[in-house]
Write a protein that binds this ligand. Structure first.
Ligand code: SAM
Length: 607
């Protein structure tokens, strides 16, 4: 390892850095000759000063470096990547492992004590374990922590190796606890894999901290805040709520950003004893703790209350640009400097000039959205290279509830624009003809109810079985089998109630609702079917009518819930009776009989 002996390297580093390096060194190495030599170097380094190149004109010392290892990602989070995709740098523009390590070494010798690997998605970078191992070798020079921010999709199997190689801090990005919403927000499946990674991380004693990053977006996942808080009850985790930030192409709008203060209000109402906890030095998150909870909460208020005055971070993009502020589009290529043969001293001069150019603070919330910057996924500016547009994801092999997952981004078209639509239209189809959810954010919650009904027509034998009016002691095996499933009506009633509660998971663009009551009845009937519709065997003479009434206090109606209850109830009757009624049964006449509340007023279906 060659060390540059420029003047700053030879003078004394602050006592803090020196002590910390030595402590780490003694904890993490055996006393081999190499280790002794490293210890000596560490001691020399401990006498060195923080490089002026990393101190800006506002006296901020930059001891934290975030290194993006790749522009690629295995998710397509809408807030991070524009829906039209991003343009990838050609492979040879991306820093090689050796270049990453050379720069990391230089930064650490200049005073950086924390390195965080990010992306794109760092776990998709080949040789990540080797990069972590080589970074770990920088500890004797003063590196204290190696962190990684990852989406956790491809993490759980390799995490132990990363930790063994030196990873100490893990930030996992997970914005929702609902697998369906996960696919909407990330445009990809994988919720289970992330939860698995979280479990592995929480059971890894080698990690000094595990944090969960939650970008909160109004109308999407803000209703889950208290569920995330619950995670901290018995898990040693810090859940950090991040304000939604604007980047090129991510359809940011102030109305979709939930200020941290609002979240804190919501949490305080549920947990009045919540208290402020000490922040980590230079941490971007304001920490809070609920007494009795194992974990803690953090708020990253980059938009409403930025933390520029204590900003200590620099970013290195995957293609080797140094970026001194997340919101500043200015970049300087260290890659080009290295490839033209620059010495460490020359590189440090370039870094120093970039750091000197850092603004006191980034633009405020009122005007930050006009800033043109890279999409977040690439922070870690490339000029458009049309031949290398990364398109939206290919359809995964298995189909999902929504059928074509490529439609998911378009759900946001409507959500992302204010509505000036003609009134006669399909509410779930946006002006561009694509599916969308209705934005109910500005509606008032009112009392609503809906009653739906439907029938299943069954043969007489099945009718007798259900009503007990036939041969109760029948030895017919199929009848015994049908009976063994239990009371048809009771099972169907429960199924209807359970199905009703899951409506928003089954019907893609339905909102989840807080239902206050579901009442389901199943009534056997004879001769209700119009004679003209009887089939040859008279199979339609017997039926079971299912009626469901659902009530809620909410912003949207509960007709879908009532219809789902009836459908699931009738399907369950089918399932219970299929052994005796085979395929003779018929389900039909599923209707909304009555509804109250909402803008469209009350409604009762005529005869
Ligand atoms: N792929 C990795 C991941 O998902 O964690 C690392 C890269 S990602 C760009 C790093 C972090 O930035 C994630 O926690 C993500 O949630 C956050 N992020 C991305 N876009 C954002 C935005 N528009 N506003 C706030 N946070 C954002």
């Amino acid at each position: 390892m060659s060390y540059q002996r420029s003047s700053w390297l030879c003078s004394a580093i602050s006592r803090k850095y020196g002590l910390t390096c030595l402590r780490y060194y003694s904890q993490n190495t055996r006393t081999t000759p190499r280790a002794k030599a490293q210890s000596k170097i560490a001691h020399i380094d401990s006498q060195r000063q923080f490089s002026p190149a990393l101190v800006d004109s506002f006296h901020r010392r930059h001891d934290y470096l975030r290194i993006s290892l790749t522009e690629r990602c295995n998710l397509r989070c809408f807030y991070c990547m524009p829906s039209e995709g991003v343009e990838l740098s050609p492979a040879d523009h991306i820093l090689t492992d050796d270049e990453v390590i050379r720069l990391a070494n230089l930064f650490v010798r200049s005073g950086v004590t924390k390195i965080r690997l990010t992306g794109g998605e760092p776990t998709v970078r080949k040789g990540l374990d080797g990069i972590i191992r080589r970074l770990n070798e920088l500890r004797p020079l003063g590196l204290e922590s190696i962190g990684m921010t990852t989406n956790g999709i491809a993490l759980h199997r390799r995490l132990p190796l990363y930790i063994e190689n030196g990873l100490t801090h893990l930030n996992l990005s997970l914005d929702t606890l609902d697998p369906f919403k996960f696919e909407i927000m990330t445009r990809r499946p994988g919720h289970d894999a992330v939860l698995h990674s979280l479990r592995v991380a929480l059971h890894s004693p080698g990690l000094r901290s595990v944090k969960l990053n939650v970008v909160v977006v109004k109308g999407l996942n803000d209703s889950e805040v208290l569920d995330f808080v619950k995670l901290t009850a018995d898990k040693n985790i810090s859940v950090r709520f991040i304000e939604f930030m604007p980047f090129t192409g991510n359809k940011w709008d102030k109305a979709k950003m939930v200020p941290s203060s609002q979240l804190l209000d919501i949490i305080s109402r549920e947990h009045p004893s919540i208290t402020r906890a000490p922040d980590e030095l230079n941490d971007t998150a304001r920490s809070w703790k609920i007494p009795g909870h194992t974990g803690s909460l953090g708020f990253i208020s980059s938009m409403s209350d930025h933390f520029c005055s204590s900003c200590n971070r620099l970013r290195l993009t995957a293609d080797g640009q140094i970026k001194v502020c997340l919101f500043d589009a200015k970049e300087v290529s260290l890659r080009d400097e290295m490839r033209r043969g620059a010495s460490d001293g020359e590189l440090l001069d370039v870094i120093g000039r970039a750091v000197q150019g850092k603004q006191e603070k980034h633009a405020g919330m009122e005007d930050i959205d006009v800033i043109t910057n890279r999409p977040m996924i690439l922070i870690g500016g490339i000029q458009p290279r049309k031949s290398r547009v990364r398109s939206l994801p290919r359809l995964p092999a298995r189909s999902y509830l929504l059928g074509d997952i490529r439609l998911l981004p378009h759900i946001y078209r409507r959500w992302s624009s204010s509505s000036s639509q003609p009134s006669l239209r399909l509410t779930h189809i946006g002006s561009d003809g694509r599916p969308c959810m209705v934005d109910v954010g500005s509606k008032d919650a009112t009392k609503r109810s809906a009653t739906a009904s439907g029938r299943i027509y069954i043969p007489g034998s099945a009718y007798n079985l259900v009503t007990g009016s036939g041969d109760a002691d029948s030895t017919d095996k199929t009848i015994q089998k049908a009976r063994s499933k239990g009371d048809v009506m009771t099972v169907a009633q429960l199924a209807a109630i359970m199905g009703c509660k899951r409506t928003s998971e089954l019907i893609p663009l339905c909102h989840p609702l807080q239902i206050s009551n579901i009442s389901v009845t199943l009534t056997p009937e004879r001769g209700v079917c119009p004679v003209s519709q009887h089939d040859d065997e008279g199979a339609l003479e017997y039926s079971i009518k299912c009626t469901a009434t659902v009530t809620c206090e909410g912003k949207t109606g509960v007709e879908m819930e009532a219809l789902t209850a009836v459908s699931v109830g009738l399907l369950t009757v089918w399932d219970m009776l299929k052994a005796v009624a085979g395929k003779e049964m018929k389900i039909g006449e599923i209707i909304v009989a009555h509804k109250t509340g909402g803008k469209s007023g009350d409604f009762t279906r005529g005869p």
